[in-house]
Every structure is written in C-alpha cells, then in structure tokens.
Write a protein of this length. Structure first.
Length: 647
C-alpha cells in the first residue's frame, strides 16, 4: 500500500507543491470530453481505438501516460484542462464498467483506471507487435477459439464484447475491472517499469477537491497523510465531520417540523414537504462532498455511497407521497367536494396510486443505480404480490365496490335512500365501507362489496312524489252521487297548484286519474292517483293532507261518506241520506247532461283551463311558512325535463 505522502515524493521537482491540484488528474479520468481539445488533440470526439487487444492496451497506456506527462510538465491550467478530459475519456473508454453500480461509477472508474495502470506499470508486458491485432483476432475467432487475450502470466483479460451498445469492441473485461484492487495489492511491492506513472493511484485516491486548499494538505503533519483502510487519516476526519454535520442538520430540520401544529389544512400538508426534500438536499450535498471533495474510495466508498444513495431515494419517495397528499388536500378543499364523500376518497386514492407508481419507478432506478439485479427482485415481487392479493381479497372486493359506487353514483353523501328493505341517510362513502344513519339515529356500516350489490332506491333523485289513495264509499252511495264525487275530485286535482297535470317525462303512460275501480266487500271503491310538483317529502305531506281534507269536503257535499268495514245490526230505523242534498246532486247532473258538459270519462279542455290553479294553497287562514328549500337536483331535472311542471 502506497502511503499518502508518496503523492509528493513520486513527482518531479517541478511538480512539487501541487498536491492540492492533483485531484484534477483523477477527475479528468472521469469526466467525458465536453469541450474541444487544444494543440495535438485535433479530434476531441474521436472514440478510443478498441478494434483489437493490441489497440485497446495501447490506447489505455498511451493516453494515461500522456495525462501524467502533461501534469508533470505543465501542471493543470485552463489551457490544457480540455486536453486532460479528452485523453482521460479515451483511456477509460477501454474499460468494461458495466458491473460497477452507477452510484459508485464516477469515483469507482477513476480508481479502477489508476489501479490497472499501476499493475501494468509493474508487470512485464510483451511488445505491441506480439499482441494480437484485428486480423489475428478475426482468424482466432474463425478457428472457434474465444475472442480474448490475456496479459502473459496474469489474469488481466481483454475480450470482445458480445452484446450491448459496445458490441464488437475489445475491452478490459468486467471481471478484470472487479479484480483490479486485488491485482494491485499483489504487485504493489514490485518496482515500476520504465516509462511508468509513479504514484498515480495515491494521487487518485488521496487527492482532495477544489474546496480543500492545496496549502492545507501540504501543511498537514505526516501522520495525517498515512493511509488507514484505504483512506488517509485526514480523509477519515473530514468524512466523519461532514457526516456528523449532515446528521445534525437533519435532526434540526426534524425538530422544526415536529413543532409545527398538526392541523389538517392545505398549508400544513404542503409544509410536510420540507423534511423529505431537506433530506434530499442534505444527502446530495454529502454525496458531493464525500466523493468529489474528500475523495473516498474502495470499501469505504461502497459502504458510505450506498447508504447515502439509499437515504436519497427514501427521502425522494417520502417527498413524492407528501406531494400526492398535498395535491389531494388542495383538490378536496374545493367547496364542490365534501370531505367524506366518495369523490374525496377517490381523489385521495388516485393521488396515492400515482405516488405509488412514481415511488415504484424510483425504486427500480435505485436498484439499478445500486447494482441490485432486478430479475430475482421482480420475480419475488410477483410471487409476493400474488400472496398479498389472495390474503387481501375482501379488501380488494370492497375497493372495487367503492370504485363502482364512484362511477355509477347511485347515492351521494346526505341522500335518503332505501337499501334492500331498510331506510336511512348516507353519512359517508369510504373506500372500504359505506356508513348509513338509520331512522333510529344509529350508524350502520356496510362493506362496499355488499352495498354495491343491493337494490338502492335514492329518494333525493326523484323529481316529484306520487299521491295514491283509494276512497272506500259506502254502498248507500247512488250512481249519481258517485258521478258527482268523481267529477269534483278530478276538478280538485286540476285546480290544485301542487298537482302535476302533465305526466312525468319518464312515465308518459301514467297520467293523473280518478276512477271508479270496483265493488268491495263493504264499499264501492274510487282510486285517486296523481303526482305532486314537489320533490320535498315535508312539503308533500302538507299537500297530501290538504288533498285528503278537500276530498272529505267533496264527499260531504255529495251527501255520502266513507264505508265502515263492519257488520251493523239495525235495531232502529237506519238514517237515510239527506234528500235535499241528493236532489241537488241529481239536479246538477241533469244540468250537465242538458249542456253536454258531463265530465266523463274526463273533463273537457275548456273546463280544465277554467279550473287550473284556481284553489288557494295553503288554504285561506293558514300561516305562511318559509318557502321550501331549493333543491339542486330538482332544478337540474326540471331544466332538462320541460314536462315536469304543474302545467
């Protein structure tokens, strides 16, 4: 293991004192060429020559040596910075880095490049003419031999890539890249060959970033430059300091968010974004400081980088869920959506599902970035998902039932409805169950899967209410009296302002009617059927009461009455109908016949127009109560249904 102090002793005298700038050489092994190279580099975008093992090895060694030579002779200047980037990009282009996790790629590939160069500088290499070129590899491949070449007496292999975007190129294999550290440790005691790059690995591993002044590193005592578990002592101190600082910032942020009052308001939901995105910002800063400024590497890099990237993805996932919750709260805050309605629940579940999909995508990206193989993970998720689905079948059924209620909207929160053979008012429609308040003021919770299958009768959706009754008249009623009652009750329905005199649009075959329907056991029966213009049950009860009282008045005028379903034994002479009233009724019928205005089977149109809305309702002498509350659904129904009116 080369100590950190060798960074200065290994360089020429002209390069002494540049230890703080040595990180540029290491960083140049990572950054791709983003700007044109100057001087001899006339083609900055030209890719590395990887057409054969000879070309690959030559490209790697010559480009790293050129970077090292320019650094020794000129140092790092604005004029040669682009040339550093171009040469290093070509050198690293000869490595198969496919098995390095993306989260460690930036630091890992510069360390790997330095390790392989250190090994090649210590082992005996054959002359380039002895290494197979493209023609030799083509002949070797045609003979059936594998298209690869090894550095003699080593396991360092350059092989042809069989698939992927770099198919057909000869690269240092992924296995060689993975074993670079082991190779280096086994040859680090050997002397350098002629034309080597002494101390390159120490420069790459222990060189600080631009935020750490070169004078600080030079001024450090020798013991702080000693390597300890692949890092210099000063790097361990710096690493511990930034991690403690980051943890302290997150602790203060957590304390601040906990002290805020927890009120389920839109502003409070948005304030919950502070902590997760604070975690993302602090962790991103820690990743930059540890990798680009302190320059950790090796096993320490793998452990610290993995932990920080996991924390970064966890914070981002929590932030996604917080955004979804805040968006749902903002939508539900609209006055058009009731907080406990199915609409509100569907908004919440929709935002949660979207958040879950985004978090799942982040999880896949995180797994790929950390180098976790996705095939076994997805297979395990598939089996686990099947088991969860079987275990959660009732919950899924209720969830589907809730979606069905949301799509069909047979009832809404606040509606009066009959479900099955029971009646109640809808209090809440959730994702799992629907809550009904009964007439006994109790709450009944019904799973959505069952509630959606019940026969639901929504009383709030009706546009009018039916008035239906049967008049049981006594058998002493004469035919003329019966005709009089029929005519007057029909006139009553036409004249009453709260009776709908045109059939509802949905029921054109059921108009209002008053008909003599037959002989009962104790009575002659008249059926009265009509629709009121109101959809409010409280108002309808008053209309029905008024109609029944007026019908009683008509029966009294006709000189008849309601039958009593009982057997009567007369011990005295039975009371006879009022002869004067009977004569008056018969006279009225004879007058109608003489005028040709007998209202059978129905009223004439002229008479209907004369009677329409001529009665007073409420009746004279009644207190004027407050008007019936306006109903949105009735208004909408009436505007879309011209037939639903009192005329």
């Amino acid at each position: 293991m080369i100590p950190a102090s060798s960074c200065t002793t290994a360089l020429t005298a002209s390069a002494r004192g540049r230890v703080g700038a040595a990180w540029v050489v290491a960083l140049s092994l990572v950054l791709p060429a983003l700007t044109p190279a100057a001087g001899a580099e006339g083609f900055p975008l030209e890719p590395p020559d990887t057409s054969s093992p000879r070309a690959t090895l030559k490209t790697f060694i010559e480009n790293v040596n050129e970077v090292y030579r320019i650094y020794q002779d000129e140092g790092v200047t604005e004029a040669n910075r682009a040339q550093f980037a171009t040469l290093s990009a070509r050198a690293l282009g000869t490595l198969d880095l496919s098995e390095i996790p993306p989260t460690q790629l930036k630091t890992g590939r510069r360390e790997t490049g330095a390790l392989i160069k250190e090994v090649l500088d210590r082992v005996e290499l054959p002359p380039y003419e002895a290494i197979p070129d493209a023609a030799a590899m083509q002949a070797l491949q045609e003979s059936g031999a594998p298209p690869r070449w090894r550095v003699p007496h080593t396991a360092i292999t350059i092989a042809r890539v069989g698939q992927g975007p770099r198919q057909g190129e000869y690269l240092f294999t992924a296995k060689t890249v993975a074993q670079a550290k082991d190779f280096y440790e086994r040859v680090s005691h050997l002397p350098y060959n002629a034309g080597a790059s002494p101390g390159l690995y120490a420069i790459v591993v222990h060189g600080p970033g631009w935020m750490i002044s070169e004078s600080w590193i030079v001024a450090l005592p020798a013991w702080m430059k000693i390597a300890l578990l692949q890092l210099a002592v000063w790097q361990w101190i710096a690493l511990a300091s930034v991690l403690v600082l980051g943890a302290g910032l997150l602790w203060l942020l957590s304390r601040w968010t906990r002290r805020r009052k927890r009120r389920a308001t839109v502003a409070w939901h948005w304030s919950r974004l502070v902590l997760p995105f604070g975690v993302v910002a602090v962790v991103a800063a820690l990743i930059y400081l540890t990798e680009d400024q302190i320059g950790i590497s090796g096993t320490v890099l793998a452990i610290v980088s993995t932990a920080l990237w996991v924390a970064l993805f966890v914070g981002a996932g929590a932030g996604v869920f917080a955004i979804g919750t805040a968006v749902a709260a903002a939508i539900i805050a609209s006055p058009r959506i009731k907080p406990e309605s199915i609409d509100a629940h569907m908004v919440r579940i929709s935002t949660r599902l979207v958040s879950l999909l985004v978090v799942f995508y982040l999880g896949v990206v995180a797994a790929q970035s950390l180098g976790v193989p996705l095939a076994p993970l997805l297979a395990g998720l598939g089996v686990g998902g099947l088991a969860v689905a079987l275990a959660a079948r009732p919950t899924l059924e209720n969830l589907i039932g809730g979606v069905t209620l949301f799509a069909d909207k047979p009832v809404r929160v606040g509606d009066a409805c009959r479900y099955g053979d029971k009646f109640g008012f809808v209090e809440e429609i959730g994702l799992r169950s629907t809550r009904i308040r009964t007439l006994d003021r109790t709450i009944v919770s019904i799973p959505n899967s069952q509630f959606a299958e019940l026969q639901l009768e929504n009383y709030n959706r009706r546009d009018c209410i039916r008035f239906d009754t049967v008049l049981y008249l006594r058998y002493e009623t004469t035919a003329e009296q019966l005709r009089y009652v029929l005519a007057k009750v029909r006139e009553l329905l036409v004249a009453h302002p709260k009776i709908l005199n045109e059939p509802p649009l949905l029921h054109p075959s059921i108009p209002n009617y008053v008909r003599f329907v037959g002989f009962g056991e104790h009575s002659v029966n008249i059926e009265v059927f009509a629709f009121s213009t109101t959809a409010d049950m409280g108002e309808f009860r008053g209309v029905r009461e008024d109609l029944l009282l007026r019908i009683m008045d008509i029966l009294k005028e006709a000189g008849t009455g309601l039958a009593i379903p009982a057997q009567t034994t007369f011990f005295t002479r039975a009371a006879q109908p009022d002869a004067a009233r009977v004569d008056a009724v018969e006279t009225q019928l004879q007058a109608w016949r003489a005028e040709g205005a007998l209202p059978f089977p129905d009223l004439t149109e002229e008479r209907r127009q004369q009677l329409t809305d001529t009665l007073d309702f409420p009746p004279a002498g009644s207190p004027k109560g407050p008007p019936a509350p306006a109903r949105d659904e009735s208004t909408v129904r009436a505007s879309n249904n011209p037939g639903v009116s009192k005329k």
